[in-house]
Design a protein around this ligand. Sequence first.
Ligand code: PPS
Ligand code: ADP
Length: 185
Amino acid sequence: MTTATTTRPQGATIWLTGLPSSGKTTVARALAGRLRSEGHRVEVLDGDEIRRFLSAGLGFSREDRNTNVQRIGLVAEILARNGILAVVPVIAPYADSREAVRKRHATSDTPYLEVHVATPVEVCRERDVKGLYARQAAGQLKGLTGVDDPYEPPVDPDLVLETRHRTPVESVASVHAVLAARGLV
Ligand SMILES: Nc1ncnc2c1ncn2[C@@H]1O[C@H](COP(=O)(O)OS(=O)(=O)O)[C@@H](OP(=O)(O)O)[C@H]1O
Ligand SMILES: Nc1ncnc2c1ncn2[C@@H]1O[C@H](COP(=O)(O)OP(=O)(O)O)[C@@H](O)[C@H]1O
């Protein structure tokens, strides 16, 4: 009798950090589409959806954001460790919180990519997909990331996407190139 050996595909977490309306979700969805079309198993851990279920009840204090990011980091690492490409379009404004997620991945030797979606706040304000910048300006919302709440830009990200000067397809190509260079796709 022969024993079949199976090799599990290598997973990874691709974390897209950036301000609201910077383009995280747009790039994440387009990236996921491309990776799926190439036959990879992909999950997008959407910030809004996570906050409706896994992080229901959490707000936007520093403590709650950290709790949210650590929960998402845990789920992403479990998925990635099991051969899934986990794409995470979540603000994650605090450097120490992102560092803890990176360390969690390092502990299990799971590939982790930090991608800074580096769109200036003036451009995000113009895009204002969900009307948050307008609500903040009108005094109806306090603690908006990048405006009256902190965003600590990554110091040494694996990739920076200047979405002002690139189309989403070009941004996807940049992320894909990093994944390919690391042998992950
Ligand atoms: N005060 C404040 N600051 C920042 N963002 C706010 C806020 N209130 C609501 N939202 C909306 O919440 C969406 C999810 O946020 P995240 O879970 O990614 O944020 S965090 O990482 O926990 O800081 C986030 O989604 P994106 O716009 O896709 O970034 C915002 O639309
Ligand atoms: N080069 C680009 N990359 C990503 N998004 C862009 C770009 N140019 C314009 N946009 C637009 O900016 C908006 C970004 O919104 P979204 O992806 O929901 O941001 P976030 O998830 O960071 O809040 C979308 O309406 C998108 O079409």
